[in-house]
Every structure is written in C-alpha cells, then in structure tokens.
Design a protein around this ligand. Structure first.
Ligand SMILES: C[S@@+](CC[C@H](N)C(=O)[O-])C[C@H]1O[C@@H](n2cnc3c(N)ncnc32)[C@H](O)[C@@H]1O
Length: 276
C-alpha cells in the first residue's frame, strides 16, 4: 500500500510539471491520474514517501529518465490522420508552391510538426505532399516530428495504426500508402524514413535550436494545454525557428492573435495561417 498524494504535494508536482513542460494540471480534472502515477512509480522505485520521489525527480535524475516517465504519463496524445485536413490541402496546394518559388532550389523546404504525437500529423503532411506530386519531384522537402512523450515517438517510428487512426483517410489514398496487417494498417516500408522523429520539449531552448530553421511549423492542439504565459513563450520560440516569410499553422481552436502580435494572419480558402 502506498501513500495518498496530498493536495499540497499535488500543487508542488503540478508546478514542477508546468515549469518544465508548460502543461497545466488542474486538481479537479487531473488529481486522480497523477496520484495513481506517483504512487505506482514510487512503489517501483521502493520509495515510501512523496518527498523521496520528488527529490529524485528534481535532483537525482541526470539521465532524465524520471522526468521522461512523468511526461509520458501526463500528456494527452489524441490525434488521427487527416485531422483538420483543409490545412494539409492548403500546405500542398498553396504554401508549397509559394515556398518553392521563393526559396533557392539548392536547399530543402523544411516542415516541423510540433507536437506530432504518434505520427499521424507529419505522415498526413507527407501523404499530401506525395499526392500533390508536382513540387516533390522538383526539390527536397524535409519533415520533422517532435513530441515530449517518448512512447508516442516510438509508436510514430513503428507507423502501425488502428482503424480509428486512419478513419478519415480516403480509401484510394489508404490503399496506396498502407498495408493491412490483421486489424492494423502499417504505413508502407518506403515511407518509414519520410519523417525525422525526435523526442523534444518545445520549452527546451537548446533542443529547439538544434532542430534548425523551418519554413512551415504545424503546432496543433498543444497550446490548448498551456496557459497564456507558456503560449507566448512557445509562439516566440516558433517565430525564432522560422525562416523569413515562414508560416505557422495552429489547431482550429487556437488563435495566434490572442497570443502574440508578431505574425501576419492570412486566410487561404477558409484556413488561417500565420506568416513571419
Ligand atoms: C493532442 S496531441 C496533438 C497531436 C497533433 N498535433 C494533432 O493535432 O493531432 C498533443 C501532444 O502535445 C505533446 N506535448 C505536450 N507538451 C509538450 C511540450 N512541452 N513539448 C512537446 N510536445 C508536447 C503531448 O505529448 C501530445 O502528444
């Protein structure tokens, strides 16, 4: 039998999670899940108090494993292929042509999916680029996917998906790029290297700098878990990571104008995009 996470300790660990990852946990919604996790993890480490676990997390975690385990437990990874698909269409039909015309052909066009969860978003980007066909034949396009949760990055690399994940893909596209194995749909082997997946935290400036500069950043359905100060910080990080005239695309419930004023909002068809 473990110990119960007190309200005071929930606040302590909640503040730690917020400071490190921007994820804001609320006691009425997240207490149970976090208390269960802390108890199970402490028991595995043979710690009988919260103090011992919290000490390890903060001061005795050189490898970062303890922090990684905690992140893997608290993230919400909901995603699916072709989610909010108008944005992928605008990318393939409008943005890419514009970037192709304005960026010298000797360097790749670079696209970041931050966060990518289990890979559906960056692979949807790849599938739209391949289906558009025109630009990909003329130049290199690099797609990078990052997420703070290492379990989702592993799944993204495996690229094996359930019926739920692929439900929105039109049948002709599904048949072309996936192989059905039992109940799962596996992405074709030749597409497995089409995305460079990495575990990374958008608040970690060193990790973000290492990723280099991008022409397009998709950041959908992550900022909703942050508070205003964290959203602002991440928006400015993306601004710094973009090449001149580069674009950011947010989730449908997220608006850059409510976060920072450094981007110019543009509407293509019914899709809002933000230009540096
Ligand atoms: C709901 S999913 C969104 C996935 C995809 N972009 C989509 O819209 O379908 C949110 C993801 O944000 C990731 N995340 C949360 N905080 C993060 C951070 N600080 N850095 C990187 N990824 C983070 C979570 O691990 C989770 O996989």
């Amino acid at each position: 039998m473990g110990y119960l996470l007190s309200t005071e300790n929930f606040v302590k660990i909640g503040e730690f999670i917020y400071r490190k990852s921007g994820i804001h946990l609320e006691e009425d919604k997240h207490y149970e899940k976090l208390a269960k996790y802390v108890e199970q993890r402490s028991s595995k480490l043979e710690f009988d108090t919260f103090r011992k676990y919290f000490f390890k997390l903060r001061f005795d975690d050189k490898s970062g494993l303890e922090f990684q385990e905690l992140m893997n437990a608290v993230t919400v990874n909901e995603t699916y292929f072709f989610r909010e698909k108008d944005q992928f269409e605008v990318l393939a039909n409008n943005i890419l042509a514009e970037l192709h015309a304005s960026i010298k052909s000797d360097r790749p066009i670079r696209i970041l999916s931050a966060p990518c969860s289990t890979g559906e978003e960056p692979y949807s980007i790849v599938l739209h680029i391949l289906e558009e066909r025109n630009i990909v034949q003329k130049r290199d396009i690099e797609v990078v996917g990052i997420d703070i949760d290492s379990t989702v990055i592993k799944k993204a690399k495996d690229a094996k998906y359930s019926e739920r994940a692929i439900h929105a893909i039109p049948k002709n596209i599904l048949g072309k790029w996936f192989v059905k194995k039992g109940l799962d749909y596996s992405l074709r082997d030749d597409l497995l290297d089409s995305v460079d997946f990495q575990v990374a935290n958008v608040f970690d400036k060193v990790q973000m700098r290492k990723l280099g500069k991008f022409d397009v950043i998709f950041s959908r359905n992550m900022l909703i878990y942050f508070d205003d100060a964290s959203r602002k910080e991440v928006a400015m990080t993306f601004y710094d990571m973009l090449n001149p005239d580069g674009y950011v695309l947010l989730g449908h419930a997220e608006y850059m104008s409510r976060i920072v004023s450094v981007f110019n909002a543009k509407k293509i068809e019914n899709t809002l995009i933000y230009q540096k």
